[in-house]
Design a protein around this ligand. Structure first.
Ligand code: CAA
Length: 258
């Protein structure tokens, strides 16, 4: 399918979604969000990892599109936030692991896009932040909630109240980024991580993702119940038989996702 503001490429079981609107530093307008949504819908069920990155040299995504937002009404803003929430929730709910390759500015909606991915790696030249208050608004694509859950309430307040940009190294210190790579190594690193994941049982990874995501917002007893269910359900899979048999036969497992 032809898109205007994004690219979706697939190499084997690894898909790469590039937000590619460099003239606006890949800012997310409604059309770009629509395109991301249809790209996520179009992913093959055989996709086992998705890498999300930004096109051009400078930016991952520099936020929601300020020009588009500048004249909208409160009702339209609510709709725009709902669209952002829907698309990022869809990204977060994909059964396969998702990896944000933060290659430059990840600000506002861009930082929120990264936060909806399972793993975040950044280039040394990346800058992250939620500068919405500098525009007289607050994050609207889940940033107040996902950032708080990831780095804690006080750090999230500091980042959101100041609206400042932080370096990739600082973001790593805050637990917002896993690793910081030289720019030319970032994509290679993300692919290597994705390839490592391909070796493991895809149903097990999806189940782990589901249990972590749903469990994180529950009390420990309810969350452990989810874990028990997820654990048990995998014992009905061919992958569980194969994984354990392969271990006992001292050979690598050949998982089929069944
Ligand atoms: N929306 C629309 N256009 C944007 C944009 C955005 N978020 N960010 C950058 N652009 C555009 C600029 O307007 C500029 O366009 P022109 O060439 O037509 O003037 C082009 O991209 C290049 O940007 P700059 O000239 O500003 O580049 P710079 O290197 O000097 O600065 C920057 C880079 C620091 C990222 C700066 O562009 C910037 O501060 N951008 C806005 C970041 C921001 O505030 N993001 C949050 C948006 S609000 C939000 O996201 C709400 C939400 O949660 C849903």
């Amino acid at each position: 399918m032809a898109y205007e503001n994004i690219r979706l490429e697939t190499q084997g079981a690894i898909a790469t979604l590039t937000i590619d609107r460099p003239k606006a530093l890949n800012a997310l307008n409604s059309k770009t969000l629509q395109e991301i949504e249809s790209a996520l819908h179009s992913l093959s069920p055989d996709t086992r990892a998705l890498i999300v990155t930004g096109g051009g040299e400078k930016s991952f995504v520099a936020g929601a599109d300020i020009a588009e937002m500048s004249t909208i009404s409160a009702a339209q803003a609510r709709e725009f936030a709902a669209q952002g929430h829907r698309v990022l929730m869809m990204l977060e709910s994909l059964p396969c692991p998702t990896i944000a390759a933060v290659n430059g500015f990840a600000l506002g909606g861009g930082c929120e896009l990264a936060l909806a991915c399972d793993l975040i790696y950044a280039s040394e030249k990346a800058k992250l932040g939620l500068p919405e208050v500098t525009l007289g608004v607050i994050p609207g694509f889940g940033g107040t909630q996902r950032l708080t859950r990831l780095v804690g309430k006080m750090r999230a307040k500091e980042l959101i109240f100041t609206g400042g940009h932080v370096s990739a190294a600082q973001a790593k210190e805050y637990g917002l980024v896993l690793e910081v790579l030289p720019p030319e190594k970032l994509m290679e690193h993300c692919r290597t991580v994705a390839e490592k994941l391909l070796k493991n049982g895809p149903l097990a990874i999806s189940q782990a993702k589901r249990v972590i995501e749903f469990g994180a917002d529950q009390d420990l007893r309810a969350a452990n119940e989810l874990e028990r269910q997820g654990f048990a359900v995998l014992f009905g899979s061919e992958d569980q038989r194969e994984g354990m048999k392969a271990f006992l036969e001292k050979r690598p497992a050949g998982f089929t996702g069944k």
